[in-house]
Design a protein around this ligand. Structure first.
Ligand code: NAD
Length: 493
């Protein structure tokens, strides 16, 4: 992408913003600007909400099958432009091309699931709930919904929500991450090409200023937020103040438990991809390994360190590495890199052993890039900050416990509960783990237990501030009002 100024898409028009200035969108591999994103004002966020509100009556009255026709067109376009979108994501976010392609695929799958809305939006009917009285539940669209997106899955995360919102008859305003806004701008262009009526889908670029206006706006009926738990808390409080529906998905520290009977070779390959994919910046990335027993701890530590040293770190758009499956790119920004380096120093200061040090890594031809190599701490104890904090980079901590019960306790005591996995061939261990861990998404011999698009996505504890999770059938509840009708008819005289 050439260094272009991005625009807002409001009421079917591309509007030139920049009233509050612009900020550069960097390619994190080089540190160079690839675009400028406008920092929209609260008034521009209001214009988007007004456009969405004006579009709601007609869109909500459009038959559901007709609404889905537009989404079918969008899935066709996404399929045709998948490679272009993947490259945009790799450029703005720094993840490898295979990771970006997987992101586009999961976005597409969500749009496909939303195309099934004529089935998902069906209500219920109870005949003779009382004598001669029937009860009926209608699933009706609600109004204008908003979404505030994170940088780490700049394209896929919005698809957890907006296709479902549109298919159920609501209208939408999205504010992409200011750090990685280019791929969603491209999606907005595709939405225009599909012929969605003006105002049904609106895009407002910017930072927290525009986001906060969406949060406090009385005409926004609900907010889907994905980002850090610190901001989730604010989003939840501010949504409650204006009586909005709110789903806020937050930070994580995902654990991988290795039992003594685990199949070590595939487990190590699986852990490497879970810990270092997207440079550790997936909300489902694992960053804490718990080994159960001395022997397995020694074996896993040695093998994991060896495999970590073999991870290739490079710019994802370097043609030489484009098809490499286990490639690690940079972290998103200089600020993120500084935080991760600080956390590595914290680990050293609090007495963990820095068994592999990714600091000081240089990638040839990418001097301005924000690279950190795979970093591993051993001798880590649960109370340490490097275990308590979401570091969101390629930094892995290894802990040792004596029993599965202890491993489950470590996970359950942690503030975050997004995902966790167990490696074992033993059905009893797996069953205990599935039932007793306080996390929202569990893997058994699967290092990234991210559910497919038709199943709910979301964690527990401080990883989520919501009752309704993302994607699939679950999110249909968020976007519809279950209006209940109680009716009777007396016989004719
Ligand atoms: P972030 O919280 O810094 O920003 C997310 C969005 O919130 C951005 O669009 C930003 O402009 C906006 N924002 C920032 N401050 C705000 C405020 N005070 N009010 C309203 N909006 C505000 O998060 P990030 O760094 O972009 O994303 C990484 C985080 O997202 C990690 O913690 C990661 O675990 C989390 N995440 C969670 C999931 C999940 O499913 N739980 C999925 C993806 C990412």
């Amino acid at each position: 992408m050439s260094k272009a100024d991005l625009n807002n898409y409001i009421g079917g028009e591309w509007t030139c913003s920049g009233t509050q200035g612009y900020c550069d969108v960097e390619n994190p591999s080089t540190g160079q600007a690839v675009a400028r994103v406008p920092l929209s004002s609260p008034e521009e966020a209001e214009q988007a909400v007004a456009a969405a509100k004006a579009a709601f009556p007609e869109w909500s009255a459009t038959p559901v099958s007709r609404r889905c026709d537009f989404l079918f067109k969008l899935t066709d376009l996404l399929r045709g432009k998948a490679e272009e979108l993947a490259r945009l994501i790799s450029e703005e976010n720094g993840k490898s091309l295979p990771d970006s392609r997987a992101e586009v695929k999961r976005a597409l799958e969500n749009a496909e699931v939303a195309c099934g809305m004529p089935l998902h939006q069906q209500g219920d009917k109870l005949i003779n709930g009382a004598a001669g009285i029937d009860g009926e539940v209608l699933r009706l669209p609600v109004g204008v919904f908003g979404m505030i997106a994170p940088f780490n899955f700049p394209l896929m995360v919005p698809f957890w929500f907006f296709p479902y919102a549109l298919a159920t008859g609501n209208t939408y305003v999205i504010k992409p991450s200011e750090q990685a806004p280019c791929s969603m701008q491209r999606v907005a262009e595709m939405i225009e090409e599909c012929g969605f009526p003006p105002g049904v889908f609106n895009l407002v670029h910017g930072d927290r200023v525009a986001a906060e206006r969406l949060l406090e706006h009385r005409d926004v009926q609900g907010i889907s937020f994905v980002g850090t738990s610190r901001v989730c808390r604010t989003v939840a409080v501010r949504s409650a103040e204006t009586n909005k529906r709110c789903q806020a998905l937050g930070s994580a520290k995902n654990h991988l438990v290795v039992m003594p009977d685990a199949k070590i070779d595939p487990v190590i390959r699986n852990m490497i991809s879970s810990c270092y994919g997207c440079a550790g910046q997936r909300c489902m990335a694992s960053s804490a390994i718990i080994c159960v027993g001395d022997e397995v701890c020694q074996t896993v530590t040695d093998a994991f360190l060896k495999a970590s040293r073999g991870v290739r770190v490079a710019s994802p758009l370097d043609p030489e590495v484009a098809s490499e499956s286990m490639l690690m790119g940079p972290v998103i920004s200089a600020k993120a890199k500084r935080f991760i380096l600080d956390m590595i120093q914290v680990g050293v200061d609090e007495g963990a052993t820095l068994a592999l040090d990714g600091r000081g890594l240089e990638v040839e031809g990418c001097q301005g890039g924000h690279f950190i190599g795979p970093t591993v701490f051993t001798d880590v104890k649960p109370g340490m900050k490097i275990h308590q904090t979401e570091i969101f980079g390629p930094v892995v901590v290894i802990l040792k416990v004596a029993t599965l019960d202890e491993a489950i306790q470590v996970i359950n005591d942690h503030q975050y509960g997004n995902g966790a996995s167990i490696y074992t061939q033993n059905g009893h261990y797996a069953r205990e783990f599935k039932l007793r861990t306080r996390v929202g998404m569990v893997g058994v011999n699967v290092g990234i237990p991210a559910p497919v698009a038709s199943l709910p996505f979301g964690g527990m504890k401080d990883s989520i501030f919501a009752d309704v999770k993302a994607q699939g059938k679950a999110v249909v509840q968020f976007f519809t009002e279950p209006k209940v009708i109680t009716e009777r008819y007396w016989p004719e005289d």
